[in-house]
Design a protein around this ligand. Structure first.
Ligand code: SIN
Length: 475
């Protein structure tokens, strides 16, 4: 693993160190993995200039060359899959089997955009008279800056950087200060794969405010992309407004997971386990409010309680671990507060959950959750299954949609007419039908309402980094 640990920011193809350092903490042991240097203002400016220099070269490069570089990056990431996954488990805490899955998922974006690089077609527009020829073609937007979260330290980086590079854009990335090691390893591998110097720069910093302000204020940066909380997303959008940057925002969710009485209940509970407990519940698409039709509530609870009791909470590197630690102490405190608030307001805990030390938090099932409780409205980001009983389709749709968020929603039903009705009625950017794991590099990921702007993945993810130029020629 050690050959992929880097401790300085990566600018213009070189590591950039400063005197100021901070520790990267393993959430499982609460011990330092390593100390990294904290970027200064001069470093941020240098990265923007380097990205600008790289963009000048990239914008005149051809798509096949960029595609080949991306394919080499994909191969290198896959060659180092085990080392990257171990690094991810160390800095983020997720079980090693999930980390391996994430490296493959993340590499999938690189491969997909290596292919898509060759398909950024324009249009030939039928002219409106005999004297003109009308066409449009796509060009890279320019220098891109992005901020990525700690919960998917590889996939959230490749989901942005690969389409940007495929389009011909250069990138300045600020990964979460909790998980910069995977991002640095990815940048190192991209450099080895043949990325132009300055095409992919990584800024490591605890001072997200300083870095965010410099990146959003810069006139050189033409596009800003962020994955994280809705609150921070709103602030960044405001900061991008004066320079009218293109933005993509993948923000918070509050996913409903609906089990109708006619569903295959075993399938529904299996799907729920993935949608709820992947990464210990620390995903934006995690099932946050679980609606179960009252007539099957007892059966669902029995099946769910059995599966939850079998989950092994441990260090993510331990064999058979299903749930690792939460990312840091404040995350655990937030989950504890949400559960305490729900119980004070009448929710019931199914069975007993052990009190665990450190950042570990044993999974909890709560029944009788209502809209009066904070847990109904906030993203839990922890292994808590909040169950809400409902009686009919209209009632559950009203509850499912009655939140300001609209990222992912899930439902289980075997009635084809209901499947059409419900998938159309859910005000969400993504819907899983009889499926709890929907993320896929080939499909558009993104939300509506306060869950964000734009799409990542799919052919749509490439357009986020392209401008369309209309050309009108008199003949
Ligand atoms: C997220 O939680 O933001 C991403 C989840 C995914 O890509 O599946």
């Amino acid at each position: 693993m050690s050959h992929l640990i880097f401790t300085d920011s990566f600018i213009n193809g070189e590591f950039y160190s400063t005197a100021s350092h901070f520790d990267i903490i393993d959430p499982a042991t609460e011990q330092s993995i390593t100390s990294v240097s904290d970027i200064d203002q001069a470093g941020v400016k240098q990265a923007i200039n380097a990205a600008h220099g790289a963009f000048i070269k990239l914008k005149s490069s051809n798509a096949t060359t960029r595609s080949n570089v991306l394919m080499r990056w994909f191969e290198l990431v896959m060659q180092h899959k085990q080392a990257l996954a171990e690094l991810m488990t160390k800095e983020q805490g997720k079980p090693l089997k999930e980390a391996l899955g994430e490296v493959e998922y993340g590499a999938g974006f690189i491969k997909w955009y290596a292919e898509q690089a060759k398909r950024s077609y324009g249009d030939v527009i039928p002219a409106t008279d005999d004297n003109h020829r009308l066409t449009s073609f796509k060009q890279p937007i320019g220098v891109v800056a992005g901020i990525t979260p700690w919960n998917f330290p590889v996939a959230m980086v490749t989901r942005k950087v690969a389409p940007a590079y495929a389009a011909g854009c250069s990138f300045v990335l600020k990964p979460s200060e909790h998980t910069p090691l995977c991002a640095l390893a990815l940048a190192y591998l991209a450099d080895q794969a043949g990325f132009e110097k300055g095409a992919f720069n990584v800024l490591v910093s605890e001072n997200a405010k300083m870095v965010g302000e410099l990146l959003t204020k810069s006139e050189v940066v033409r596009k800003f992309t962020f994955t994280g909380s809705t609150g921070v997303g709103k602030q960044l959008l405001a900061q991008c407004a004066p320079s009218i940057k293109r933005t993509s925002m993948e923000l918070g969710g509050n996913a409903p997971f609906i089990i109708f009485a006619n569903a295959d209940l075993d399938e529904a509970v299996s799907g729920l386990m993935g949608a709820k407990f992947r990464n210990g519940g620390q995903t934006c698409v995690a099932a946050n409010r679980i609606f179960v039709q009252r007539s099957v509530l007892d059966k669902v609870l029995e099946k769910l309680a059995e599966k939850v009791a079998a989950l092994k909470v441990a260090n993510g590197l331990a064999k058979d671990c299903d749930i690792g630690p939460l990312i840091y102490p404040q995350a655990k405190q937030k989950v504890q507060q949400l559960v305490a608030d729900a119980i004070t307001k009448g929710a019931k805990r199914v069975g007993v959950s052990a009190e665990l030390s450190g950042n570990y938090y044993a999974p909890v099932i709560l029944t009788g959750v209502t809209a009066e409780m904070d847990i109904y409205h906030q993203e839990v980001f922890g292994p808590v299954a909040s169950i809400i009983a409902f009686d009919d389709e209209a009632e559950v749709l009203a509850m499912a949609n009655d939140v300001p968020f609209g990222l992912a929603a899930y439902f289980y039903s075997q009635d084809i007419k209901q499947i059409y009705r419900v998938s159309e009625a859910l005000e969400y950017g993504m819907v899983g039908i009889n499926e709890g794991l929907i993320s896929n590099p080939v499909a558009p990921f993104g939300g509506v309402k306060q869950s964000g702007l734009g799409r990542e993945g799919g052919h749509q993810g490439l357009d986020e980094y392209l401008e369309e130029k209309y050309v009108c020629m008199k003949v």
